[in-house]
Design a protein around this ligand. Structure first.
Ligand code: ZN
Length: 316
């Protein structure tokens, strides 16, 4: 491989329904920081909400397109079927109590590979997991979270890709993207990014015969991997194109630059740059508190603000 390394996960983007319900769940209950409140750059009549750790660290960023009118999706093959966050050992116990107290049904604790985890769903049915894993050094606590710092999520642990078969997806990850197959158990294949940093695991779970996924609320739209620079991204773009992938042009997403391509099993992959990050258009201390618009939509701010539903913080 000539291109420099893909470091792990950058963000995951999913579709939800009502934005207030989504905000109450991720900010109020799960205690994540809303690090950016903006609009869908391709559809400025709808929000794009970014939840992350206190600093908006790549590898902790879960974003949502609230599509209030969209039908519920169906989780199936060719999709990210679960998003796992890392929590500490005390955090694991804390979360079981907090979820139960808030009447969020969870399953587990269960064991997978050498780890313990629970699984639950958000109000739109998006499947989440909490895995005991030490990633505390890589992520920044959010001081204004309703969740104590020691108990907060420590970024992503992994994502699971549901696939009709493992071969072609695994070949892309290992032969072409430089990841390593590190474990296999009960038909689940775990791959690790070459940098062995946090948020660097992708599980491929073959579910042959299962129905294909359908887009809509409660499903993942795409998963993004992180690279350190535009030059690295360009190298990957060239390399993937040489390998026959249809790769999008570089898109300016304000907070990162993106290229998109579809892996052989159907999941939309993105490679996003770590820079410039979420402080590019507002200070770190006030990230997420006001609506940020890309330059092309600033002239339409009044109309856009009027059309968007209000989003109120109800967190303690
Ligand atoms: Zn993205």
């Amino acid at each position: 491989m000539s291109a420099p390394l893909i470091q792990g996960l950058h963000h995951v983007t999913a579709v939800c329904g009502a934005p207030q319900r989504n905000f109450d769940f991720y900010s109020g209950l799960l205690g994540l920081r809303l690090v950016k409140k903006t609009v869908n750059f391709d559809d400025p009549g709808t929000y794009h909400l970014y939840y992350a750790d206190g600093a908006g660290t790549p590898g902790s960023v879960l974003t949502f397109f609230p599509w209030v009118e969209a039908p519920a999706g169906r989780v199936g093959t060719g999709q990210v079927s679960a998003i796992a966050y890392a929590v500490s050992e005390p955090g694991f116990a804390y979360w079981q109590g907090r979820l139960a107290a808030n009447k969020v049904e969870f399953h587990g604790p269960k064991a997978r590979f050498d780890e313990t985890y629970i699984e639950f769903a958000d109000p739109d049915g998006l499947k989440l997991e909490l895995v005991v894993a030490d990633q505390s050094a890589a992520f920044t606590a959010w001081a204004n979270s309703p969740v104590p710092a020691a108990m907060q999520f420590r970024g992503f642990h992994s994502v699971t890709l549901a696939e009709s078969g493992v071969g072609p997806t695994q070949a892309l990850l290992t032969t072409q993207m430089g990841w390593t197959l590190v474990k296999e158990q009960d038909g689940r294949f775990r791959h690790r990014a070459p940098t062995i940093g946090p948020a660097s695991l992708v599980d491929v779970l073959p579910t042959p015969g299962a129905p294909g996924g359908l887009p809509g609320t409660g499903t993942v739209h795409h998963v993004a991997f992180r690279v350190d620079s535009d030059a690295t991204q360009q190298a990957w773009r060239n390399q993937l194109r040489e390998m026959g992938y249809h790769v999008s042009p570089v898109m300016d997403r304000t907070y990162f630059h993106s290229i998109y391509y579809r892996e052989p099993g159907g999941v939309l992959f993105e490679i996003a740059t770590n820079p410039p990050g979420f402080t590019v258009d507002e200070p770190a201390g006030t990230m997420g508190t006001s609506l940020k618009l890309p330059e092309q939509y600033e002239p339409l701010r009044t109309q856009i603000e009027k059309a968007l539903p209000s989003l109120k913080s109800t967190a303690a």
